[in-house]
Design a protein around this ligand. Sequence first.
Ligand code: NIG
Ligand code: FE
Length: 420
Amino acid sequence: MKHQPLWIRHASQLVTLAGTSQAPVTGAGMNQLSFIENGSVWLEDGKIVHVGKDEELEAIFGSRRDEARIIDATGKLVTPGLIDPHTHLVHAGSRQNEFNMRLHGATYMEIMNNGGGIHATTSATRVATHDQLFAESKKRLDQFLLHGVTTVEAKSGYGMTLDVELKQLEVAKRLHEEHPVDIVSTFMGAHAVPREYRDHPDDFVELLIREMIPEVARRGLAVFNDVFCERGVFTPEQSRRILEAGKEYGLLPKIHADEIEPYEGAELAAEIGAVSADHLLRASEHGIERMAQSGVIAVLLPGTAFFLMAESANGRKMIDAGVAVAISTDCNPGSSPTVSMPLIMNLGCLKMGMTPAEVLTAATINAAHAIRCADRIGSIETGKQADITIFEVPDYMTLQYRYGVNHVHTVIKRGAVVVS
Ligand code: NIG
Ligand code: FE
């Protein structure tokens, strides 16, 4: 799409994350952010054309000044558009009643086993029309954008029948087409064992493998296939079968692993070559080592641990063990009803022992790697998509320090200003 060129100038700190597109960032690299002080970026035709010091861009583009829309970023932080690599964006209804129950001592799994939790949202999503689902999800996506997010991954999984799973994925596709925020879709039919299969769960696994996965793949509605591998939901063996079946149809494996109990989910992720293993609150040392060896990205969700009043995943230990870490909201109506990646970054610092530089790496380029988009997004480099967020703080340290406030000043998507 043709737009007026944009020239962002005088950024107090311009975090580029240059040179990180090829492979996820690991170890000490996560703390070594590339940035430019007094930086400028020239954006044109939806792409990043040039990044550098103010003087350098002045010399190259000064003669085209009148052509461009100029954004003065004096005193501001400029980063790649934030990326959320794990959401349950498309769903109907909300579960504040369960929040209240948990505050009175009920556990997440108890509520789910009594027909609430994921089952409650499944009932609401099953009866919602496409347009209702679109309208509810669009509101959330608008809020993501206002918090500086320019791409989200979105999972199905509140249908657990072919038709309703397809409805969710179609809504995600339409949002991707009509909304400034890009969406990368994941099929998660294996989100729970539906109530109607309670006494014969293996029949549901068969249905996923024989009917749902092939049809989702045939329609090209998802890039990834995800499973909730947890005691009382899908066993590691069932999870393996579902993820292997997805692979046969070209769906890349992801896994909700070791969230509530240790269940060797991290080990399974390494064994089957998952792109990411997500949650990992209770991952074993051995599982973490295996993930590091196999290059499985850890997508950590500190908002979920916070909201479930559980101990967070040990992000510090994972980074030190050589695992590439990304972070995400896990936006969903039960365990993390937030859209705020800045809050998640803050929790990454305060609850997972990560540094401000590490959480920014985790919310940009490593998040891009976790959804296999790092060739296009996640850093500010020549040739990449012009997705950029400008914050009303002078540097990335201050962004984490002044927590609980939305510091977003401007969001640019594919070279167009979409929030200002
Ligand atoms: O990632 N753990 C499973 N799935 C979601 C929660 C979904 C829900 O409660 O609606 C999660 O936390
Ligand atoms: Fe999740």
